[in-house]
Design a protein around this ligand. Structure first.
Ligand code: GLC
Length: 557
């Protein structure tokens, strides 16, 4: 990798916006595209370079936009196509990039295609979805034993045609059938529609489940209730025939071909689950598949705060995806608990993890609000807006979710952006308006306006980090190597990034005690410390050693 000029997407920093929760400019309590437009100064000032938007296409909003009813539109809840065009232009004017969320796997059951498909067995769109007869002579048993991801059978029965339709996620999100050529053609043209508008790339929703076994064979038993990052088996099923099929890896290469029709280079990042070794297949044998994939294992590894475990996972990632392959480093998103809550809202720890995320080799993804340390908000399942929370609302207590380590409603991490100390954190144009999800009381302390004024805030730490990253090519483009000499391994997590003659060192102290470390170079120069008031390394004071205070992270060269 060193010596090459990397592509824009390999060195970028992505900021994820859940439009519903960013900023409401119309006063309906729901965020919108104009709300993003009006805050581009903030994002530019923060230093992020690419913005990924969760879906804002027409949708009944059953799954808040992941149930699309028109892929080439903007839902009036979020604005108009004109708002989108203006937003895209303004993002590009600022030399930033824009990535959309593409839900290829399924549509809403209110999509006109599904309405046609459901109407009769003979309809021309019948094969756009996966319909099958039920088992038993009565037909009232699903075609096979497959389970949907949130639980229950993956089949929904329709009386009018006496057949079942397949869905991988929720019953109102029937899966498209990619073995029908027209479906692929239509969706690839949808991709072209947005590319021609100038979007820079796509985040591909649930890409791993695009294809299902052609014979729909019964899934195999596995003694595993909940999925983990390492093993996709769940609910006592292996998910052998509905996830990560060879056809789906081929599909990734077909998608890449569509992207390659366009200049300048566009970007694809897949939401896929499995081990990093398995997911590496999505990049294609000749790097001709997806540009990158999310590596979710790190969402639990980083907040575990165990340096040995963390370095093991990084080594595995580096091994499975060596340059020129580009990994991703993600701490959270709209489906997961916020990482700051997983580290008990410890600000020093958050700064340390941010330092790691923004200096590893790969694409960092920052989920809106992480940069100010927004934490999870508790909701009663009965009040859940998230369909997953509604599905589990019969669970008596959130304690269950604590026990299983899963949050049963994703509302927890989707609350409105906390802009200032005014009512409702200044989320809506009229502060009196009740936002679609409640804002936690902590907003009075944790908000953008307040943190902007405080040099030692989490926000200013992210800003300084992003500046340091931008100013030093090794941090964007350099190779990665752990440093283990001189007993370093026992003391802290240490690595270097290097590009031609430049090398940059990152030392992260995961412990609550002070440490002294011999400098690997002469005359090291401090570029960044999680401590905002530290300006030098002061080697003379510590007998030629570098001192790291508890939970401090530094970058030097
Ligand atoms: C993905 C999205 C999630 C959505 C689901 C169904 O996992 O991240 O929010 O509910 O797909 O589209």
């Amino acid at each position: 990798m060193s010596g090459d000029n990397l592509k824009w997407w390999q060195k970028t920093v992505v900021y994820q916006i859940y439009p519903r929760s960013f900023k409401d400019t119309t006063g309906n309590g729901i965020g919108d595209l104009r709300g993003v437009f009006e805050n581009l100064n903030y994002l530019e000032g923060l230093g992020v370079e690419t913005i990924w938007f969760n879906p804002f296409f027409n949708s009944p909003q059953g799954d808040h936009g992941y149930d699309v009813s028109d892929f080439r539109s903007v839902d009036p809840v979020y604005g108009t196509m004109r708002d989108f065009d203006e937003l895209l232009n303004e993002i590009h004017n600022r030399n930033m990039k824009i990535v959309l969320d593409l839900v290829l796997n399924h549509t809403s059951d209110e999509h006109p295609w599904f309405k046609e498909s459901v109407s009769s067995r003979e309809n021309s769109k019948r094969d756009w979805y996966i319909w099958r007869d039920g088992k038993k002579t009565s037909g009232r048993k699903p075609p096979n034993n497959w389970k949907a991801i949130p639980g229950g059978s993956a089949w929904r029965y329709f009386k009018n045609t006496d057949q079942w339709v397949y869905f991988h996620f929720l019953p109102f999100q029937p899966d498209l059938n990619y073995r029908t050529p027209e479906v692929k053609k239509e969706m690839f043209n949808t991709i072209r529609f947005w590319l021609e508008k100038g979007v820079d790339g796509f985040r591909l929703d649930m890409l791993h489940s695009i294809h299902e076994d052609a014979k729909l064979r019964n899934d195999e038993f596995c003694l595993k209730l909940l999925p983990s990052e390492k093993n996709v088996a769940s609910l006592f099923r292996k998910h052998k025939y509905d996830l990560n099929l060879p056809e789906t890896f081929d599909f990734a290469m077909e998608l890449r071909k569509v992207m390659d029709e366009y200049e300048p280079e566009r970007f694809l990042v897949g939401e896929v689950f499995g081990t990093v070794e398995e997911l590496a297949k999505y990049y294609g044998p000749n790097n001709n598949g997806l540009h990158s994939v999310f590596l979710f294992e790190f969402t639990s590894t980083a907040p575990s705060f165990k340096p040995r475990k963390i370095s093991r996972v990084i080594s595995r990632i580096e091994k499975a995806l060596p340059p020129p392959f580009t990994p991703t480093y993600v701490y959270g998103n709209h489906d997961r608990d916020r990482y700051i809550s997983l580290i008990n809202r410890n600000i020093q720890k958050a700064k340390l993890l941010a330092t790691m995320q923004l200096t590893l080799r790969g694409i960092p993804f920052i989920y809106y609000g992480e940069e100010i340390g927004m934490s999870n908000v508790d909701f009663k399942l009965k009040e859940s807006q998230d369909p997953i929370g509604q599905k589990f609302s019969f669970f008596p207590i959130p304690l269950i979710s604590k026990l299983i380590g899963f949050s049963l409603t994703r509302d927890r991490c989707r609350t409105p952006m906390q802009w200032n100390s005014e009512l409702n954190a200044g989320f809506s144009v009229d502060y009196q308006i009740k936002p679609w999800l409640k804002v936690p009381e902590t907003y009075k302390k944790i908000n953008v306006a307040k943190q902007e004024k405080n040099p030692s805030s989490v926000l200013n730490c992210y800003k300084r980090l992003l500046k340091t990253r931008k100013a030093n090519r090794s941090l964007q483009e350099g190779k990665f190597e752990f440093l283990t000499q001189n007993g370093l391994k026992k003391k802290c997590l240490a690595y270097r990034r290097y590009y031609f003659n430049e090398q940059i060192f990152v030392f992260l102290n995961f412990y609550k005690k002070e440490i002294l470390i011999k400098s690997p170079i002469n005359d090291p120069n401090l570029l960044f410390s999680t401590l905002s008031n530290r300006v030098a390394l002061d080697l003379e004071t510590y007998n030629g050693n570098i001192k790291l205070t508890p939970l401090e992270g530094i970058i030097f060269k």
